[in-house]
Ligand binder design. Structure first.
Ligand code: FE
Length: 207
């Protein structure tokens, strides 16, 4: 993962520095009465404890066991997610991209860090780094290799650029050898990275 590390010239060097900047910004926003401290505490708590990739994993597992739900998900991800009580801010317009035997999808925001919050929570730091944003477009296979995934050369890699209006995420393939799995067991196989498309569910790598 060395090549995806932050660039010291453009990024804060330490968590302490990031925390100091965030604190300064929070103080200014509160002082200008643009946001309240309570609202910030509430949002932090929701995205730390409740909203995260476990929600996306639930949706993927449902799509793996229910073909009709999968069709609805691929036709309109936003409303299919709402069926399962998943939706909200930064996920008003979502598109789920289906991985197949011949196509793997990979999601990036080349401009900044647009990400489907309702299904994945807040983006990991590397998703925001210029190194990831550039390399995902120029050489997606190299990015996948850094995550330990080496798709067959015959598989086409499609890269999708998320924006504030439209946020993509990946519907990975159900791993082989999971025929007897319950929906709950399937949920546990789905990783955040497989929903971004830099990797696939671990069982699929082993299969
Ligand atoms: Fe963005």
């Amino acid at each position: 993962m060395a090549t995806l590390s932050p660039q010291p010239s453009t990024f804060p060097r330490s968590n302490e520095e990031i925390a100091a900047r965030v604190k300064a910004m929070e103080a200014i926003l509160v002082e200008k009465e643009l946001i309240s401290t309570d609202a910030i505490d509430y949002m932090s708590s929701v995205y730390e404890k409740e909203v995260g990739p476990q929600l996306g994993a639930k949706i993927v597992a449902r799509a793996w066991v229910d073909p009709e739900f999968k069709n609805r998900l691929l036709a309109d991800a936003t409303s299919a997610c709402q069926e399962m009580g998943v939706g909200g801010m930064q996920g008003e317009e979502m598109i789920a991209l289906e991985n197949t035997d011949s196509v793997n999808n990979l999601v990036v925001c080349t401009l900044c860090s647009c990400y489907p919050w309702p299904v994945l929570g807040l983006p990991p730091n590397w998703y925001k780094y210029p190194a990831y944003r550039a390399k995902a477009v120029r050489n997606p296979r190299e990015v996948m290799a850094e995550f330990g995934y080496f798709p067959d050369p015959s598989i086409e890699i499609r890269v999708w650029d998320s924006s504030a209006e439209l946020r993509y995420w990946v519907l990975p393939q159900r791993p082989e050898g999971t025929e007897g799995f319950t929906e709950e067991q399937l949920t546990e196989l789905v990783t955040r990275d497989s929903l971004i498309g830099v990797s696939v569910p671990p069982a699929a790598i082993e299969a």
